[in-house]
Design a protein around this ligand. Structure first.
Ligand SMILES: Cc1cc2nc3c(=O)[nH]c(=O)nc-3n(C[C@H](O)[C@H](O)[C@H](O)COP(=O)(O)OP(=O)(O)OC[C@H]3O[C@@H](n4cnc5c(N)ncnc54)[C@H](O)[C@@H]3O)c2cc1C
Length: 413
């Protein structure tokens, strides 16, 4: 393979794909294929829901981030032929050939086969999901007249979040704070009900005890009802049934959000390569797929042994792997030796409602409004390009990051 002419095709424009493309620069002929036309900084999707950040802050178009030398294709990859070295796209009849392939298509929401969940629960992985949830919250508030009795108001404004991992607690505290603010502005009686439902025995099971204390305190302060050791049995358009200690309870819901896990997509399922029992692609310490040395896999779809276990399925890992993938692709095409790397946890930061956050940095956990500011600063530094970091950082600094209220439809700003 001759360096510049090597055709590197990257599937997926998330953390793994975009950062690989950025790190490759102009060293190869790079094509990035993604269903969307924009990158998404997922750790701030909660702030997009609450209006603390704008769409352009966290979802910049690929063409703003990537050099014009990168060939961008907005399409869905439907098939990969590892032997013929081609990929098939939904909207193109001809297959696209590659010399080096980067698999970075990320995961999809895992509804775990719960009846009605895929049809009626809202996933929370994309800008469109946050928009749908916000609209559902506004629509539910708009249906409630101010003189309605508190218990009826609460029944009409009950929201359930499934899963109490980082995503579920960030989401539920954000929703509860937004709703509390909306109650005041609209002079509604009583309060909304936000439940977080978790199969395990504690919230944020993947996080350490220090940060969990801040999370539990925030859940209490935001009046989020936590139901641990509880299983969701079914979801319908307007209800949810859960089971705890063998007893089933049905509640009315204005919306159910599914933050209950991630699984690999059908595209990854279709690949005939070595995988773990969860369907993750087993990769060498160089990120190469063992059976196909010109194929690299990273991020949420890959199982990489040499990383702190808590990093699995995180942007932190995908981002760090992208640097290694780009370096190794350059080495592969120029006949140099490929490298390996150990990946460490870079710290944790969870947003807790609209006023505070909790951050674990350098082994120390801290919380409150200061942690919220620290999280914004930390995430500015992790945005994909210097240009974008500067624009977003300036916007947060000068225009502020106050939430956007859930105003009645028609007077949304
Ligand atoms: C709401 C939310 C909050 C999160 N918060 C954090 C956090 O605070 N910290 C953290 O470390 N991690 C966080 N994560 C996890 C993090 O987002 C993922 O681990 C990370 O995005 C994985 O990167 P990836 O490149 O593997 O996949 P992704 O970033 O998911 O990118 C996959 C890309 O591939 C595209 N794609 C998928 N299938 C196809 C196809 N067939 N054809 C074409 N394109 C396709 C997708 O549209 C997407 O652009 C969060 C995730 C979510 C959903």
């Amino acid at each position: 393979m001759e360096n510049k002419l090597a055709r590197v095709v990257i599937l997926g424009g998330g953390f793994g794909g975009v950062f690989t493309a950025l790190d490759l620069g102009r060293t190869c002929t790079v094509t990035l294929i993604s269903e969307a036309d924009h990158f998404l900084f997922t750790p701030m999707l909660y702030e997009y829901l609450s209006g603390e950040v704008e769409e352009w802050h966290i979802a910049p178009a690929y063409k703003e981030l990537l050099d014009e030398s990168v060939n961008l294709i907005s399409d869905e990859v439907t098939e990969v032929d590892l032997e013929a070295q081609t990929v098939k796209l939904k909207r193109r009849s001809e297959s696209l050939p590659y010399d080096v392939l980067v698999l970075a298509v990320g995961g999809v929401t895992n509804f775990a086969g719960v009846a009605g969940a895929a049809e009626h629960a809202i996933p929370f992985r994309k800008i469109a999901h946050a928009q749908e949830l916000r609209q559902r919250m506004v629509a539910a508030l708009d249906r409630v007249p101010p003189d309605l009795a508190p218990q009826d108001t609460q029944r009409a404004l009950t929201f359930a979040v499934v899963g109490a991992g980082a995503s579920g607690v960030e989401l539920s505290t954000k929703m509860a704070d937004l709703l509390r603010d909306a109650f005041k502005r609209r002079a509604l009686r009583g309060e909304a009900r936000v439940l977080v439902i978790e199969m395990g025995d504690k919230v944020v099971p993947g996080m350490g005890g220090d940060i969990r204390e801040f999370v539990e305190e925030a859940l209490r302060e935001s009046h989020v009802e936590v139901h641990t050791l509880t299983r969701v049995v079914c979801v319908t358009e307007k209800t949810l049934v859960f089971e705890h200690n063998g007893v089933q309870t049905e509640i009315d819901t204005a919306a159910v959000v599914w933050a209950g896990g991630v699984r690999v997509s059908p595209l990854v399922e279709s690949l005939k390569v070595e995988k773990t029992n969860r369907g993750l692609i087993l990769v060498n310490p160089t990120l190469q797929v063992p059976s196909h040395k010109n194929v690299f896999a990273l991020g949420d779809i890959a199982f990489y042994k040499d990383a702190t276990p808590t990093l699995a399925g995180t942007a932190q890992l995908a981002l760090q792997q992208a640097g290694l993938a780009a370096r190794n692709i350059k080495a592969l095409v120029s006949g140099d030796e490929l490298q390996t790397k150990h990946f460490e946890e870079l710290g944790e930061a969870v947003s807790l409602g609209t006023e505070r956050a909790a951050v674990l940095a350098g082994g120390k956990a801290f919380g409150g409004p200061l942690a919220r500011q620290a999280r914004f600063a930390l995430y500015t530094a992790r945005l994909p390009t210097w240009h974008h970091r500067l624009r977003v950082g300036a916007s947060w600094f000068f225009d502020g990051t106050a939430p956007r209220p859930l105003l009645p439809l028609g007077i949304q700003r």
